[in-house]
Design a protein. Structure first.
Length: 334
């Protein structure tokens, strides 16, 4: 049933609602709570509110009480009505209050400010954060929509997370577009991922620049554009972009590779440490090469451990070399 639920998610994310309904209904009928909640939402946005409310109740009873908020509170006093199936929807009471100048903006701003303070103080208590983020997001604070989506995704509520990110993306938030791009890439929807990464990158999102450049490198025959985006991200300070740019330049045999691998490694990108170390060793700088290979190996990178072992063996330090070569083998590198 978990597989049926996940298959429904894939179809839903690709906007294949009929197939999503089929698989979610199958799982929901077997008492899969999250499938029942997903089905409830799908039915609601398809105009079948009463049936959706019934499935929302079943999902809550099966253990998805927290997720039941996603499809709206079920009013047990007035029958099976779902008040707000889509996060972008607003009930008539809120609309009337806003029209009277009593909208939720001040409360939303206060909730967002409190959530930011909690995160800045290092108190990452999701039960405390979620209601604040939800209040702020429902008050149209775009950053809160994205942050709420990230919290929901982290806690396994992926369907609602995607919907909040879509709302934030519609409002122009590049972080939401980037997050949606990551979801599309994970589903092998390359064209969609490229479109979303490009939108975020063009809005100045450094990590999106890195991922867009890497996607173009892997799936498009346009190395010049790939380098352009990687360079933009690296120059903005994104360490993944610097690492990927360094790797691209290294493949092309261009001396500038060392500069960007060093930038990435100094920023903490473990993946850059091994190629930087090997490049330095090839250039005759064994002392610095060892330092970077050791840093990567101690951070758990198997390739760095292997290359460190090779370097140590070449300088006669066999005991230390054997230790790191064994670490590389334990990590599956032979």
């Amino acid at each position: 049933m978990e597989a049926a639920y996940n298959l429904g998610l894939l179809h839903f994310d690709a906007d294949r609602r009929q197939e999503a309904e089929q698989w979610w209904r199958k799982a929901a009928e077997a008492e899969h709570a999250h499938a029942a909640i997903g089905l409830a939402h799908l039915l609601q946005v398809s105009g079948r509110a009463a049936e959706g409310a019934a499935w929302a109740r079943r999902g809550a009873e099966a253990g998805g009480a927290r997720d039941a908020e996603f499809v709206g509170e079920v009013d047990v006093h007035s029958g099976p009505e779902v008040r707000a199936a889509d996060p972008r929807a607003r009930d008539s009471e809120a609309a009337r209050a806003a029209a009277k100048g009593q909208g939720r903006a001040p409360a939303a701003e206060a909730a967002w400010a409190q959530a930011v303070r909690i995160v800045e103080n290092g108190r990452m208590n999701f039960d405390e954060l979620e209601p604040l983020l939800r209040r702020a997001a429902q008050g149209d604070i775009v950053e809160a929509m994205t942050a709420l989506g990230e919290l929901l995704h982290h806690t396994g509520r992926r369907t609602e997370a995607v919907l909040w990110w879509r709302s934030a993306d519609d409002a122009g938030d590049p972080r939401a577009a980037y997050n949606l791009g990551v979801i599309a890439r994970a589903g092998n929807r390359v064209d969609e991922a490229e479109r979303l990464f490009r939108r975020a990158a063009e809005a100045g999102h450094g990590q999106a620049m890195s991922d867009l450049g890497l996607l173009i490198k892997r799936h498009r025959d346009n190395p010049r554009e790939a380098e352009t985006w990687l360079r933009k991200g690296a120059e903005l300070g994104d360490r993944n972009a610097a690492n990927n740019l360094g790797a691209l330049l290294l493949e092309a045999g261009r001396p500038e590779a060392e500069k960007w691998l060093r930038v990435a490694a100094e920023a903490g990108a473990v993946a850059a440490m091994s190629p930087l170390g090997v490049l330095l060793q090839q250039n005759g700088n064994e002392r610095e090469a060892e330092r970077w290979l050791r840093s990567g190996a101690e951070a758990g990178d198997a390739l760095a451990a292997y290359n460190l072992g090779v370097l140590l063996r070449s300088t006669g330090r066999h005991r230390d070399a054997n230790y790191w070569l064994a670490q590389a083998r334990r990590a599956g590198l032979t």
